[in-house]
Design a protein around this ligand. Structure first.
Ligand code: NAD
Length: 735
């Protein structure tokens, strides 16, 4: 067999070096061809008497990024089609056989009678790291950038190629479960401490070290295949086992609220697998893996968090015919909280930055933020002093707008005030060239109205970052009425260079993300006004799958900001556009009690200097009446918290604010953490079925009022049996 992905060289000592280097790809990933070729290689190594052992390494910077998830997506679709054509059982059997191929291959490698060593030259994740685990010895080349781990849980799956069973036999079950359930990507030193890696050597010596191990040692059996092997934590039915599993169940509930079938399967598969011999345990793992692959949660998470994110990153919404923008120097106006972060991510991507503020001191302070962040990277061994110096050399901090002269893109992040923005726009436009693009990071002011202040509205666009800029992966691009295609292309090119994920939305009050997350916060306020205990609201928010409760979230974004937005909405659209109960609550909090949120140390929570935040006891006094907690329908409260956001998203689709379903889902998870197990706000509706969702809304409308009236679009879809992905998927924006 000739190999496309691998190269096999056997040296004079009979040690085969297998170099994995997929052609035309920046990363090695596991697909059907890789499985087929590697199977052949394993048989060659096993059968060739001249070969004494094998070292597998990578010809790329990283070792392997894991399985090609589009392959798994195809398996999910094939299953659905086969289930329709030949019945559920036949389809499930086929999926099981198909999805365990990798597991069988790794087991064959592990038991082929010849020693295998993984020479890890860079990051090894998912199925790539499971391959390393199946090898008899793992050596890694020293690098601060290398990560190893099994992050499958983050897209609703779990390691299904032996990962759960090998990990659970390498460390006590509590550690194994923690590692599998968190899906953390570990640095090498940490991985070595956990005994996931046997040795770390200078990068240039990895292969030599690996070969030497085979020459000197060369055990061709995994510990669990040796006689007398004992589980590191003792048997499941032992004193220690009994102390571990019940506690682990509690931990699992606390972390997931039982929303993630993939995580529950990890608990089960470790518990069951540890009571069985390895081959049977692997079969159990495969059964669960195929079952989870069929779960709506895994399908939705893979679609949104992998497929759609990748498509958007690759420019799904970029006007195709326009040439790439030549971005060299970016202007950032306003070196405050957001501007300083924008300058950092821009300079980190290798672009020059002109960072402007009202005076030199403020501009320097913004630049100092970059110095602080890169210093942290140096502390962690992730950056060098040379990179530090180069980064800071790329940022020019000044109060002189004339310095913007050479910028072809400017991002404004000055105070959220029309007059200040107008001043910044005028001053920048006096300096930049005719063709330059002007982006505003405003969070509340309509882009079209700001564009009116510009001499070149066609070159004006919203580029909305999230805080903290260096951590949040989403950027919301907002099209004004007159924004041109070239402007959109340039903004998307910029977001791509800084390696964030863009969504493109049309201009509307609150754009997309703030508008939808605002409904979550409002629902929390209204529950409080109804008399639901604050702690219950917060817990139910998290139980519904949100990262934080609505009151906590409001504290983070600032209570006075939400109050300001509410007042502006009332002034512009009239009293019916707002809820008087929310108005009364916010007025009391902000105007009468001065509780502005985390920023002044008091909001819905108190923030003591030394200690964790605590719900403010005074909240109970703001409730006109109190409900008996025992009589509260908690299921309905959870439904309200998610349904109101999904409904608002459907309205955004109906009104043309959102024109691509992928962006609604990706934006909701990356922007405000909408319950990831649902796959996002629209996948939430699709998963439930449009008809059931409309029924739910109607029920909530009867008990809670007009804000739950289902959108006309939803009623139409329910009548026709449509889903969002069925009706709109792939539809190009009518932007
Ligand atoms: P900030 O107050 O921290 O920073 C604003 C900066 O702009 C200050 O350093 C100020 O000195 C400077 N500035 C004011 N007038 C200027 C002028 N004429 N020329 C140059 N610099 C000037 O505010 P922020 O939180 O960074 O917000 C900035 C913008 O980003 C606002 O439009 C806000 O709505 C938006 N935004 C904020 C967040 C957030 O979480 N804070 C999130 C997304 C968007």
């Amino acid at each position: 067999m000739t190999y496309v992905n691998f190269k096999l060289d056997t040296d004079a000592n009979g040690i085969a070096l297998i170099t994995w280097d997929a052609p035309g790809r920046s990363m090695n990933v596991i697909d059907l061809n890789v499985i087929e070729e590697l199977s052949d290689i394993v048989e060659t190594v096993a059968g060739d008497r001249a070969i004494r052992g094998a070292v597998i390494t990578s010809g790329k910077e990283a070792f392997c990024a894991g399985a090609d998830l589009t392959m798994l997506e195809t398996s999910i679709h094939t299953f659905a089609e086969m289930a329709r054509a030949r019945g559920e059982e036949a389809a499930a059997t086929a999926l099981f056989e198909d999805s365990r191929k990798l597991s069988l291959l790794y087991r064959r490698l592990e038991t082929c009678g010849k020693p295998w060593v993984a020479a890890i030259t860079g990051t090894a994740l998912g199925g790539g790291f499971e391959l390393c685990l199946a090898c008899h010895y793992r050596v890694a080349g020293e690098s601060a950038k290398t990560r190893v781990g099994l992050p499958e849980i983050k897209i609703g799956l779990f390691p299904g190629a032996g990962g759960t069973q090998r990990i659970a036999r390498m460390m006590p079950p509590a550690d194994a479960l923690r590692f599998l359930l968190k899906g953390d990507q570990l640095r090498l030193a940490h991985a070595k401490d956990m005994k996931l890696i046997d040795a770390i050597v200078p990068a240039a010596e990895v292969v030599t070290h690996a070969k030497e191990w085979i020459r000197i040692n060369g055990a061709a059996k995994a510990p669990w295949d040796m006689e007398g092997f004992r589980l590191p934590g003792g048997p499941v039915y032992s004193k220690l086992g009994m102390m571990t599993f019940p506690a682990a169940n509690a931990m699992y509930r606390r972390e997931t609220y039982d929303n993630y079938p993939g995580a529950r399967a990890v608990m089960q598969v470790v518990y069951e697998g540890l009571q069985l011999p390895m081959d049977v345990a692997l079969r159990v793992e495969s059964r669960w893996f195929a079952k989870i692959l069929r779960s709506p949660e895994a399908a939705a998470m893979i679609r949104t968090l992998f497929v759609s994110v990748r498509e958007l990153n690759k420019g799904a919404r970029r006007p195709k015919t326009l040439p790439p923008t030549n971005l060299k120097t970016i202007g950032v106006i306003g070196a405050g909280f957001m501007g300083a972060g924008i300058a950092y991510v821009t300079a980190m991507a290798g672009l020059n930055v002109v960072l402007i503020d009202r005076d030199q001191e403020a501009a320097d302070k913004g630049k100092a933020h970059s110095a602080k962040l890169i210093a942290k990277q140096i502390d962690r061994g992730l950056a060098s002093m040379a990179e530090h110096d180069a980064l800071l050399a790329r940022i020019r901090a000044t109060s002189d707008y004339g310095a913007l002269r050479d910028c072809n893109l400017v991002v404004e992040a000055v105070f959220e005030d029309r007059k200040v923005k107008a001043g910044a726009i005028a001053a920048a436009e006096a300096a930049i060239g005719e063709g330059a693009i002007f982006g505003s990071n405003t969070s509340t002011l309509p882009i079209s109205s700001l564009a009116e202040m510009s001499k070149r509205p066609g070159h004006f666009i919203g580029i909305h970052f999230f805080s903290p800029v260096e951590r949040m992966m989403l950027v919301e691009i907002i099209l004004g009425k007159k924004t041109g295609e070239m402007t959109l292309a340039a903004a998307l090119d910029y977001v791509r260079v800084i390696r964030k994920t863009p969504i493109v939305v049309n201009d509307a009050r609150g754009f997309y993300t703030s508008r939808v997350v605002g409904t979550y916060i409002r629902e929390g306020h209204l529950m409080l006004a109804e008399g639901v205990p604050a702690a219950m609201i917060e817990n139910l928010g998290r139980m519904a799958g949100m990262p934080v409760g609505p009151l906590s979230l409001n504290d983070e974004v600032a209570v006075d900001l939400v109050w300001k937005i509410l007042k502006a909405t009332e002034a512009d659209l009239g009293p019916n556009a707002i809820d008087s109960r929310q108005k009364a609550l916010l007025e009391e909090m902000v105007e009468k009690r001065g509780r502005l949120g985390r920023k002044n140390g008091k909001g819905f929570y108190d923030y003591p200097r030394n200690g964790p935040k605590k719900l403010w006891p005074g909240l109970a006094d703001l409730q006109p009446s109190k409900l008996d907690p025992a009589l509260i329908d908690t299921k309905e409260l959870k439904q309200r918290l998610l349904a109101i956001q999904a409904l608002e998203t459907a309205r955004c689709v109906e009104e043309g604010v959102i024109t691509d379903v992928r962006e609604a889902d990706v934006g909701s998870i990356l922007g405000f953490g909408f319950a990831p197990f649902t796959g996002g706000t629209l996948s939430f509706i699709d998963m439930m079925g449009t008809k059931s969702f409309v029924e739910l809304c109607k029920g909530l409308e009867r008990s809670h009022g007009a804000r739950f009236v289902p959108a006309k679009l939803l009623i139409d879809m329910a009548e026709k049996g449509d889903t969002f992905y069925g009706r709109f998927a792939g539809r190009r924006a009518a932007a």
